[in-house]
Ligand binder design. Structure first.
Ligand code: DX5
Ligand code: ZN
Length: 240
């Protein structure tokens, strides 16, 4: 599928729940993907860590590539690595439909975002909790997705930082109604509503899904909580 077709497809199906494969059973990644697909996951979020940009290690392009043929769900590689330029081609070859780099990691994000698009993938830019929205305003035209971190990157299971909400509001205002705006970190049935209300339309969730015995109801609960908020908002708009 072309980049634009992938984007069209994702935009038409928002709000999307994107399980983060950081807290899954690494001994059975293929099985986990099957379970997530049957449970209604819509986008798989791969947290790539290099022990340098963040104080943790996870997996790299070869692991993602070996799982590509297990599912048709789109893959988003969230690169929490210091030198994304060095590895971009590997993630493109691995078959990631979206590749998200951190603005803090590179001096010239625009050129990397262009490289991702030229490679046929959709380009995402991520911001750490302490990075202001202004840091990416200049590259919004070069990217297809913005990912706001609502925890310090590196580990799953942390508490949602409410300061992310103002950043989401500001970015939604700049990006227009339908653009892909993701929130990542501490998303659960309580925090997803305020994040949706603030403008997020992709919700990355690790613990809220993987700590549950059954992924289906956990994903459904998240989806319902995000929709409840979005519907309340459209109801308010109609009432006015
Ligand atoms: C953190 C990662 C997140 C995170 C999500 O560095 O980017 O994707 O693991 O996990 P929870 O939902 O447990 O915060
Ligand atoms: Zn992530």
């Amino acid at each position: 599928m072309s980049r634009l077709a992938v984007l069209d497809n994702l935009q038409n199906r928002t709000p999307l729940i994107a399980p983060s494969l950081l807290k899954c059973d690494f001994g059975d990644l293929g099985g986990e993907i099957g379970r997530l697909e049957r449970a209604g996951a819509e986008l798989l979020h791969w947290d790539v860590m290099d022990g340098h940009f963040v104080p943790n290690l996870s997996y790299g392009a070869p692991v993602i590539e070996s799982l590509r043929r297990r599912t048709r769900l789109p893959f988003d590689a969230h690169l929490m690595i210091s030198e994304p330029a060095r590895y971009l081609d590997d993630f493109l070859r691995a078959g990631c439909e979206l590749i998200t780099i951190h603005v803090e990691a590179v001096p010239d994000p625009a050129s990397l975002l262009r490289r991702i698009r030229q490679g046929g993938a959709a380009a995402g830019i991520a911001l750490n909790p302490n990075t202001p929205a202004a840091a990416i305003e200049g590259v919004l035209d070069e990217c297809d997705l913005v990912l706001v971190m609502s925890v310090e990157p590196g580990f799953g299971g942390q508490k949602f930082l409410p300061s992310a909400l103002d950043k989401l509001r500001r970015l939604r205002g700049l990006m227009g109604e339908t653009a892909l705006l993701a929130i990542d970190g501490g998303i659960d049935p309580q925090t997803i509503g305020p994040a949706a209300e603030a403008g997020a339309n992709i919700f990355v969730a690790g613990s809220a899904i993987f700590d549950a015995d059954d992924y289906g109801p956990a994903i459904e609960r998240l989806r319902r909580s995000s929709l409840a908020m979005t519907e309340d908002r459209s109801q308010l708009t109609t009432d006015n």
